[in-house]
Ligand binder design. Structure first.
Ligand SMILES: [Zn+2]
Length: 489
């Protein structure tokens, strides 16, 4: 019987955010212990969902679920949260020793109050507790900043292949299969991680410049002896020394082969570094383009206030311009503003309320509150279940929410923030996104998985915000130098 621990501990930390990620933040998103992990995540389109899918019914596997903790990206993770999860993991490793395998679902860009290398510290503690004979394998987000410590203490790391991250469940299945084959003695994975000194702006893997890299990864994986190949894009809003891209190559007992693959991909990335930037518009350019488009929905992506990257989701620059230009048949997901939600709830459906909408957390950066009269169309408990493909089946809890009408614009106002990457956020609020001419989404790329098929056009809008689109505009203090594009290399 193979004894395998399974656990999740995720956070994408934006070190430029002053919003600390504490226990309450984890409890709002996901904090489950022991068997609750299985009951919450089985059947979901997540890494743990994929791992459970592969391992749950294997006759030679005894699964030990320990903890699953995930919080919305924001500022550094509180020290007591990190100590709690690490303590549960280390405690379980000791209690169930000897273990055969440890499967972890991590992000790779976690910064804590005490350390800029959350996952490195966690993997070190896991390795120390488990010893060298236990296989430690972890999935990572595509936006991981892979540190030397992480690659040293894990046997296998696998990043998502895609941005939008539509392959969470597949990567969970992949790593669980690798673990099974390894424990059964069919393969012996060796990993090489090669760091590439590039800070990559948020760029979809569907872009012409990045798609060939995904194809190349898959071509390697189709050759004998290659187990898994992935590229971590890094997370540009985590100002840590080891910020940057990393190529990960895992082969069956062949470190030279893994090194060769990592070197080849790293060299190609370096060659293409000048092309690795997104094409963005100002808000007025985008609204001009949207007006020209006869058919909708046209999607404006609010790149710099994306809650998925640690921004509060209450930025007002784009909505203000939409109101000024009297845009019609438009819907906005979302403005996070608990006070405005409370005002709507208090006033009731069918009433008009005076709001100071959004712009509360970083007014100087993300725009001042919008003073307006808003008609309350709907109030809701704010709960809905994602349709997918990303995180399908997962329940989102906005605590409470309201839909207000400002001119011809329906705005979803929420008490809790989320990245609106699933169409259900509109349907759950009585809005059919397909019938709208214009949709404003606070999301950089993830929305494309679900909204791509219904969108007539997608326009990337860059306004001042917490999620930089150009690394050269960021005031880095800790990031290693030289690094492209901060230094011309
Ligand atoms: Zn990501």
């Amino acid at each position: 019987m193979f004894r395998i621990i399974i656990a999740e501990f995720k956070h994408e930390t934006n070190t430029f955010s002053s919003q600390r990620t504490d226990f309450a933040a984890y409890r709002r998103s996901l904090y489950a212990v022991g068997d609750d992990l299985g009951s919450i995540l089985t059947g979901t389109a997540t890494e743990v969902g994929g791992m459970l899918d592969v391992l749950q019914d294997e006759p030679d596997v005894s699964l030990i679920p320990v903890v699953a903790a995930n919080a919305i990206p924001a500022g550094p993770v509180a020290a007591d949260v990190f100590a709690d999860v690490r303590g549960r993991l280390v405690g379980a490793i000791r209690a169930h020793a000897p273990l055969d395998g440890i499967l972890l679902c991590l992000h790779g860009a976690m910064v804590t109050e005490n350390s800029e290398d959350g996952e490195g510290d966690l993997l070190e503690a896991v390795r120390q507790a488990a010893g060298d004979d236990t296989w430690v394998m972890a999935t990572l987000d595509l936006h991981a900043n892979i540190t030397r410590k992480m690659s040293r203490f894990a046997n296998v790391l696998i990043n998502y292949d895609y941005y939008p991250h539509a392959d969470m469940v597949d990567r969970g299945r992949e790593i669980a299969q690798l673990m099974l084959q390894t424990l059964r003695g069919e393969i012996h994975p060796v990993m090489v991680c090669k760091s590439v000194p590039i800070i990559l702006p948020p760029l979809s893997t569907n872009e012409a410049v990045l798609r060939p890299f995904v194809d190349q990864m898959h071509a390697y994986e189709a050759t004998p002896g290659v187990l898994t190949v992935s590229i971590a894009h890094g997370f540009l809003c985590a100002d840590i020394h080891e910020l940057g891209m990393t190529v990960v190559a895992v082969t069956d007992q062949d470190p030279e082969h893994a090194t060769r693959i990592a070197d080849e991909l790293a060299a190609r990335l370096w060659q293409d570094r000048h092309r690795l930037k997104p094409e963005n518009m100002s808000v007025d350019e985008a609204l001009d383009e949207a007006e020209k488009s006869a058919e909708g929905p046209v999607i404006l992506a609010d790149l710099t206030d994306n809650p998925g990257g640690g921004s509060p989701g209450d930025g007002t620059h784009i909505l203000r311009a939409m109101i000024r230009r009297k845009v019609k048949n438009a819907a906005v997901a979302l403005i996070c503003d608990p006070e405005s939600v409370a005002s709507c709830v208090q006033a009731g459906v069918g009433q008009t309320v005076k709001l100071r909408l959004g712009g509360h957390v970083y007014p100087d950066l993300l725009g001042q509150p919008i003073e307006c009269d808003a008609y309350v169309r709907l109030v809701s408990d704010g709960r809905y279940r994602n349709r997918g493909p990303m995180s399908g089946g997962v329940v989102v809890d906005l605590q409470k929410s309201a839909v207000v009408l400002i001119g011809g614009i329906e705005v979803i106002v929420t008490a809790q923030v989320t990245q609106p990457y699933d169409v259900e956020i509109f349907y759950a609020h009585g809005i059919d996104p397909v019938q709208k001419h214009l949709l404003l989404l606070k999301s950089t790329n993830h929305f494309k998985a679900a909204f791509g098929p219904i969108a007539r056009r997608v326009l990337n809008v860059s306004v001042p915000g917490l999620l930089a689109q150009d690394p050269r505009s960021v005031d880095y203090q800790n990031c290693r130098r030289p690094i492209y594009p901060l230094d011309e290399m």
